[in-house]
Design a protein around this ligand. Sequence first.
Ligand SMILES: [Mg+2]
Length: 120
Amino acid sequence: LIPSDVTLSQLEAEVRSFCEERDWDRFHNAKDLSIGVATEASELLQLFRFLSPEQVEAAITEPTSRASIEEELADVAIFLLRFTGRYQIDLATAIRNKLARNATRYPAERVRGNNRRAED
Ligand SMILES: [Mg+2]
């Protein structure tokens, strides 16, 4: 559920403007942006470190920790959109292509209720 009409293209343009205003292109090659994605994903993971499953659910509900989770998710998404914008990658199409590939790797009738690949 995404309660917003903002498109990936609009967000990508906003991220591009933000970076162009700061002359950050020189810092944003594919390697740098991949490091950015991984670093921000690590910051997201850090928020859940050592938490029990019950504490994880509480963290998502509690307003302060939820705000931190939203911030790190946004950081990951910003780096993804910066990457796709810099290299003219259509993220929506890439996601749909990967979902289609995953549908063949994880046929619902064969993997329902477990998270292992069908060929495992
Ligand atoms: Mg961060």
